[in-house]
Write a protein that binds this ligand. Sequence first.
Ligand SMILES: Cc1ncc(COP(=O)(O)O)c(C=O)c1O
Length: 362
Amino acid sequence: MIPLVKTYLPAAEVLMPELQRVLYSGYVAQGEQVELFERAFEQYIGSGYSLSLNSGTAALHIALELCGVKSDNEVISTALTAEPTNVAIKMVGAKIRYADVDLNTGNICPASIEANINQKTKAILVVDYAGIPVNVPAIQAISKKYNIPVIHDAAHALGAKFNGVKAGGHFPYTIFSLQAIKHITTIDGGILQVLSKDEYERAKLIRWFGIDKKRTRLENNIQFQGYKYHMNNVNATIGLLQLETVAATVNSYIENGKFFDEALRGINGLELIQYYPGSEPSYWLYTLKVKDRVNFIKMMESNGIAASELHKRNDWHDYLNDFDSPLPVLDNFYSKMVHIPCGWWLNEDIRLKIVSIIKKGW
Ligand SMILES: Cc1ncc(COP(=O)(O)O)c(C=O)c1O
């Protein structure tokens, strides 16, 4: 079966000597490799400061704290995402206020964000679901109009762009996940990309118990809650090697996605995603809307190609459904949504096979 997601790792001849060197170097905690990894990640993104962490969820948690979200607040979010996006909101004790999505992309709808803003709204959390960019300019305008910060969950969208700028450069806080099946992985890990240097410095303290690593323990005087969220040298070593080939890795997803965008046009029973003008997805998954999804998935699987919704819409979890808001556009989108594989493990033969079996119908 061609899987929907797959772990990419550098070849053993490249990875193992580096890992061995770091593992027995006498220093496996957060040190030089972590620093090098952060600076290299920053270069790849091209804007802001990269804070490495042990998960994308930790990045979300810190971003919410930087926004000052507390238990009597609400965060506007989307239900079409992986659970960590919204579980993180509950970690700071706030309530999740779901906005509806745009029918063309499945991503959060700017007009619905605006309609859901109220006195308790402290942050807006938007997700480039499956690697499809959100409507960045419209969301930036709302953030400015109401003076509410935006957290950009780009866990699926490494290398995605809007108006030529990569995810990481649009909003004050962007998170990436480096978990096993993302575009690049450090096995587990995450990045909080912060545009302001001051907030980056504060995030650094929150990352490690509220302790300033530049001073001795005795010189430190903790002022606020921190956590144990740092990355270590072993994970960072894997990350550094991943970054050497990140452009090619991400590009393989993009090439496959663009291929499907062309080759799957005009097929009966199938609707393609219409990306926002100016946006360039990084196609972590290839998302489609299909008629009769159950049969579509059966047909794909009987031909050896995985296909699925992958994520349960988050408002269908009782714990994540604070207001039980109606989401009619999501109801429509989600009833047809399916993902098919789009990553580096596809070759020309597999791509052509996917197109030809879909063209035969289901
Ligand atoms: C959309 C989204 N946000 C956040 C996360 C959290 O990332 P992590 O698993 O690195 O904590 C994930 C991944 O699992 C995700 O898919």
